[in-house]
Design a protein around this ligand. Structure first.
Ligand code: C2E
Ligand code: CA
Ligand code: CA
Length: 932
């Protein structure tokens, strides 16, 4: 029972001394009269005596037993009763000493002590009632109710009559030694009064029939009311506890007896027990919960303090069950715990809700930390801020209390002001705002955050600013880097072609606005850079570029634009009125800046530069015009050799115009059938092989004569060479197959191939396919390549050569001796022929040096197992000399100029007939036998 509730009940003014005892007879409460009488101490002292009475009350339906305790001055006579729950279990015991002050006269004058006396003459059926009996029920002597049992019973509450009757009968029959019954009697005022009615037969007839019975009536209303209130309080308490999912328990550590709530057994799916030992519980509970219980008990024993603890169990269905228990120890005088009282509450639902909330919060935390989103609340009045974990992380601050001003101190002044202004607008009712703020983390790093801030006014809550922070530093850095990448050259850090264009266009527009001319655009191309890249690797090439850029930059003035267009090409814009000679002077300085070798590691490397110059107003009006003009001038400068510069001029202009015309006209030349091939034989010196035939392209351009030396480089630059080249191969193979079919005797057909064509990985396969389509064996096709095409060692090139080798396509190096000194490619690729450049042949008889080179090439070719061809052989002297030096084949005007197909066929036929005797090659295996 709840001690507080009982104590409050005891405050009611009651004359009787009242004591409430728990089920074990311990004093729960005593009213002031009982305290004054020393009743609690007496109960303690005579606990054994009371225990017997309790036993009797607990076992017996009889609800009242007389009780007599020795008091300090006189005996304390009273009644003890059991307070029962509606289901019958004992809740507590009450002990009352009626009118304790008058108890000295109790024995002498029961009557005056508040006990009504009755005396029943059974035979006559007359009942005598004392004055106090009458007074108790509000009667005077005159108004006394009728005598007789039935009249007496008529006053008894209808619900109690049967009980009274049965009790009397039981005594009259001798089944119980005394009659005792508590019942309600009608007061004269019409209300009911509880009385304790008891008596016994005092006279019997000779045959043992009861004749007379005497007894007392004691008003027990006060005690009854107390009990009733106790019961109601208890019921109320239990109801409240039930509603709260809570129940009381108590445990007696000495006897290890506990009274546990029935709901608890039901929750756990266990049979309900009236009481149960803690030991039994420990056995029944899961290990974790049992351990929590033991821990709680140890702590309580150590501290003697009330204690809360949680238990995690499984319910009847095996689902997790979370209980929260409150416990309060009761101590004896020696400080030993004599009993533990407590409450237990099923908090599973709350626990689940909390767990869900925790899970959601964690999820949100995770999401926000993944997204680098921090949250923050600001109290407008105090300017106190509440930050989420991510917000602390984002700002690089340790956890701790913060004010808005602390936080803002991190920010730049501008950001601070922006934020404050936004808060002010929000406070004035403005809509949510998105800001971008900047602050410095404690490590000094700049951070940028996007902040979404609004004023949150929710019902019942004070308004507060809510801000979401997102770290956008990375994003901004990336976009800035992209910006940088798109405008600056990464290697040199100089403006790239995009930025240069923008800047140059602005400069041109500004100059034109001022009515100025003479702004100069200089294009700088490094000479010899490619060979550094090829010989020393890209790292060296990059270092060279950086160093060269730095040197050139030094020669410029503050207002000049300088940037890298790509590769080894740089651009300078002199943003001032300038004439041609001043621009040339600037070009000279740029070139001079590179005259000293550049150091790379231990190497000292030398690069030169060529510069093309165009002047605004003179060579063009817009950026593109100027750039084209400068390019054209640069080409001219480059053609003249290293370290030269060239101002754009009229001739260059004409030249450029012609190039553009040719480029334009070339694009439709194939379709217009303006192209044709001529053929020139390559004659075997020893006369033991039929001649090879080289196909050379001719363009019959209506615009005028245009030889391959002019249009081939243009076709290479504009890419048209790829289409033209394939046409040449197809046409040459077709022609060769036709000649062969006509019975003409010759060896291979040779075709010139540009380096541009070889860049395409699929080229070789297409060549093989073209042969097959023309019905010409690939083994009788020779491709003439220049050294520059072979020097670039790439995957594609190797793939092509592999395909050529697989199909027996032969390779010749054209113009050998004019290109690079690095001859490694001769080992790398399956080359069968070297063609000595025409320039050596032309000079070899007059220039001993050229002659020596020619001889050396013949030796080199033979040493590498190749055949050597001399081209451009015009005279029999040259022919004889080459023959003497061991050259294998000769091509040139000495035999014939390149001829159209029909004429070449005639030439071949003539050669076969005119020769003094049949040439050796005509007696050999018939050609058709070689066709696969
Ligand atoms: P190349 O491959 O060195 O061709 C030899 C050039 O020398 C040809 O000039 C030819 O007419 C010329 N020639 C032959 N014998 C003599 C001689 O005894 N004396 C002199 N002075 N010249 C002689 P052409 O036909 O004007 O060709 C010029 C260049 O154009 C060729 O030089 C070749 O590099 C290129 N070319 C010609 N046709 C094609 C083609 O179909 N494709 C490619 N990619 N280039 C071609
Ligand atoms: Ca050639
Ligand atoms: Ca050549």
């Amino acid at each position: 029972m709840d001690a507080g509730a009982i104590a409050s009940l005891m405050q009611h003014p009651i004359n009787s001394a009242l004591l409430v005892l728990d089920r074990d007879g311990r004093v729960l409460a005593a009213n002031p009269a009982a305290q004054a009488l020393g009743l609690p101490q007496a109960a303690l002292r005579y606990a054994q005596l009371l225990q017997d009475l309790r036993q009797a009350l607990a076992e017996d339906v009889q609800r009242t037993v007389p009780c007599s305790l020795p008091g300090p001055e006189h005996r304390l006579d009273g009644w003890m009763r059991a307070v029962r729950a509606p289901e019958g279990g004992v809740l507590a015991y009450t002990l009352s000493i009626p009118d304790p002050d008058g108890s000295s006269r109790w024995q002498v004058a029961l009557d005056s002590a508040g006990h009504g006396l009755w005396d029943w003459d059974i035979g006559a059926n007359r009942i005598f009632r004392s004055d106090s009996w009458l007074a108790m029920l509000g009667y005077t002597a005159e108004e006394a109710p009728e005598n007789g049992l039935e009249t007496a019973l008529a006053l008894v509450h209808p619900d109690d009559i049967e009980r009274v009757r049965a009790s009397v009968q039981a005594h009259l029959d001798g089944r119980v030694g005394a009659y005792a019954c508590e019942h309600r009697v009608r007061h004269r005022d019409g209300g009911w009064r509880w009385v304790r009615d008891s008596g016994r037969v005092v006279a019997w007839s000779a045959d043992g029939r009861p004749l007379r019975m005497v007894g007392t009536h004691t008003a027990v209303d006060e005690q009854k009311q107390l009990e009733e209130r106790l019961r109601r309080q208890q019921a109320l308490l239990e109801e409240i506890q039930r509603l709260a999912g809570m129940a009381s328990w108590s445990w007696d550590p000495y006897t290890d007896t506990g009274w546990w709530p029935q709901d608890l057994y039901r929750l756990l799916g266990q049979p309900v027990r009236a009481h149960d030992s803690a030991r039994a519980w420990l056995r029944r509970l899961p290990r974790g919960a049992a351990a929590s219980l033991r821990r709680a008990w140890r702590r309580m024993r150590r501290d003697g303090e009330p204690l809360n603890f949680d238990l995690e169990l499984r319910d009847a269905q095996g689902q997790p069950l979370h209980l929260q228990a409150w416990s309060r120890p009761q101590m004896d005088e020696d400080g030993h715990i004599v009993r533990v009282l407590g409450q237990v509450q099923d908090v599973t639902a709350r626990w689940r809700a909390d767990a869900l909330l925790r899970w959601r919060t964690e999820l949100l935390d995770r999401v926000s930390s993944l997204g680098h989103i921090g949250g923050c609340e600001i109290e407008p009045g105090t300017r106190r801020v509440q930050w989420t974990d991510e917000c602390y992380r984002l700002h690089g601050l340790p956890h701790g209390p913060l004010t808005l001003d602390d936080a803002l101190a991190l920010y730049t002044r501008e950001s601070r002001e922006t934020f404050e202004a936004a808060l002010a607008r929000l406070a004035a009712g403005g809509p949510p705002e998105q800001l971008e703020l900047c602050f410095y983390r404690q490590n000094g790093r700049r951070a940028r955050v996007q902040v979404l801030v609004e004023l949150d006014c929710r019902d019942g809550l004070p308004p507060r600013f809510v801000a979401l922070y997102r770290d956008v530093s990375r994003e901004l850095e990336t976009s800035e880097r992209i910006e940088l990448l798109s405008h600056y050259d990464l290697l040199t850090g100089l403006p790239n072609r995009f930025l240069l264009r923008v800047q140059a266009e602005e400069a041109i527009a500004a100059a034109q606005d001022r009515g100025e001319t003479g702004l100069a655009l200089l294009l700088v191309d490094l000479d010899g850079f490619k060979s550094i890249n090829d010989s020393f690797g890209h790292a060296a090439g990059d270092a060279m570029l950086k160093a060269a850029a730095g040197r050139m930059h030094h020669t410029l003035q503050g207002g000049d634009l300088f940037g890298r267009l790509g590769g080894d090409e740089f651009m300078v814009v002199l943003r001032r009125p300038i004439d041609g000679s001043e621009a040339e002077e600037a070009a000279r300085r740029l070139i001079a800046a590179l005259s000293e070798p550049l150091a790379f590691g231990s190497e000292h490397l030398k690069v030169g530069a060529s510069v093309g110059i165009a002047l605004l107003g003179h060579d063009g009006e817009g950026f593109d015009d100027l750039l084209r003009a400068a390019h054209a001038a640069l080409r001219v400068a480059r053609e003249r050799g290293r370290n030269g510069w060239q101002l754009h001029n009229e001739e260059i202009h004409r030249h450029t115009r012609r190039r553009l015309e040719i480029e334009h006209a070339l694009r439709g030349a194939l379709e217009r059938e303006e192209l044709a091939l001529v053929y020139q034989p390559q004659v075997c010196v020893k006369g033991d092989h039929p001649p090879g035939i080289e196909a050379l392209l001719r363009w019959h351009w209506p615009g005028g004569p245009c030889h391959p030396g002019e249009f081939i480089p243009i076709a290479e630059q504009c890419g048209e060479i790829v289409r033209l080249g394939e046409w040449v191969i197809a046409e040459a193979c077709r022609q060769a197959a036709a000649w062969h079919a006509a019975g003409l005797q010759f060896g291979r057909i040779a075709v010139n191939v540009s380096g541009v064509q070889l860049r395409d990985r699929g080229f070789a396969d297409r060549v093989v396919a073209l042969c097959q389509r023309a019905g010409w064996p690939p083994a009788r096709l020779e491709l003439e390549l220049t050294e520059s095409a072979l020097i670039l060692d790439s995957d594609n090139l190797r793939h092509c050569f592999q395909v050529f080798e697989n199909h027996g396509v032969q390779l010749a190096v054209d113009d050998f001796g004019t290109g690079f000194s690095n001859l490694h490619y001769l080992n790398r690729f399956p080359v069968q022929r070297l063609k000595i450049d025409r320039s050596f042949v032309a000079d070899m008889l007059s220039d001993t040096n050229a002659g020596e080179v020619t001889q050396a090439i013949v030796h080199l070719g033979h040493a590498l197992g190749m055949r050597v061809v001399a081209e451009g052989v015009e005279t029999p002297e040259e022919q004889a000399q080459l023959k003497a030096w061991g050259c294998d084949e000769i091509q040139g005007y000495v035999y014939t100029r390149p001829l159209p197909p029909r004429e070449l066929a005639q030439w071949l036929a003539r050669q076969a007939n005119e020769a003094p005797g049949t040439p050796a090659w005509l007696g050999e295996t018939p050609l058709h036998a070689q066709v696969r």
